[in-house]
Design a protein around this ligand. Structure first.
Ligand code: SF4
Ligand code: SF4
Ligand code: FES
Length: 220
């Protein structure tokens, strides 16, 4: 008989439930089952009302991020284990179950002009290695959930995701805006240097984005 693992999943629909709860599910276990695979199994076989997001299933789109035992992870890139607790990303407003509001955050970020102005020059661009590493950001927002200083809706501290975006632009030779100044106006100097901004895509956020932007300012 197939082995099963027991996991708990956060359930809450603010429209109908009086309070959140953790629901237990038994999932058939195979080596290298992913957390996303378990969620799909629940939705297909046990409980079609479970809400969660995913897209590429390959660590690229960033949509499947959630918290595994309180730590931000991508569900398509995390292996299933006995006793796991799966919850929504903290720090972002909850829509339902494992789904958080990403749209509000991205609408809010639009005011920071995180793009390169139209450039008619077609010269091939070579950017530094650090810039290329930062391009691996899948916009999963895990780093925000992990950051003790970040608070959604507050303008005091932009948060690690925004600082990664600013550092990407800072390293891009085509960008003409002063992203260092912008990072400082968004409170980068309030970073607690705790290095808790974990990135499931392997970006060293503190070293390659935050401390780099801070250092450049100091050496100006
Ligand atoms: S830097 Fe990493 S953790 Fe933060 S949004 Fe990008 S991929 Fe996700
Ligand atoms: S190092 Fe700074 S940005 Fe990263 S988690 Fe800590 S306070 Fe947040
Ligand atoms: S489903 Fe796209 S990153 Fe996981």
């Amino acid at each position: 008989m197939c082995r099963e693992v027991s996991i708990e999943v956060f359930r809450y629909d603010p429209g109908t439930d009086s309070s959140p709860s953790w629901r237990k599910y038994e999932i058939p276990f195979e080596e290298k089952n992913t957390v996303l695979g378990a969620l799909l199994f629940i939705q297909e076989k046990l409980d079609p009302t479970l809400a969660f997001r995913y897209g590429c299933r390959y660590n690229r789109c960033g949509l499947c991020s959630l918290e595994v035992n309180g730590k931000p992870r991508m569900s398509c890139h995390s292996y299933l284990e006995e006793g796991m607790r799966l919850g929504p990303l903290s720090k972002l407003p909850l829509i339902r179950d494992l789904v958080v509001d990403r749209k509000g955050l991205f609408q809010d970020l639009a005011k920071y002009e995180l793009f390169i102005e139209k450039n008619t020059d077609n010269t091939v661009i070579f950017e530094p290695e650090q810039g290329a590493k930062l391009r691996g950001c899948a916009e999963c927002l895990s780093c925000l959930a992990a950051c003790p200083k970040y608070s959604f809706g507050s303008d005091d501290f932009g948060g690690p995701f925004l600082f990664v975006k600013l550092a990407q632009l800072h390293f891009d030779p085509r960008d003409k805006k002063d992203r260092i100044e912008q990072a400082h106006s968004l409170g980068i100097n309030l970073c607690q240097d705790c290095k808790k901004c974990y990135c499931p895509n392997g970006i060293n956020i503190y070293r390659d984005a935050i401390s780099t932007l801070l250092k450049v300012k100091k050496n100006d």
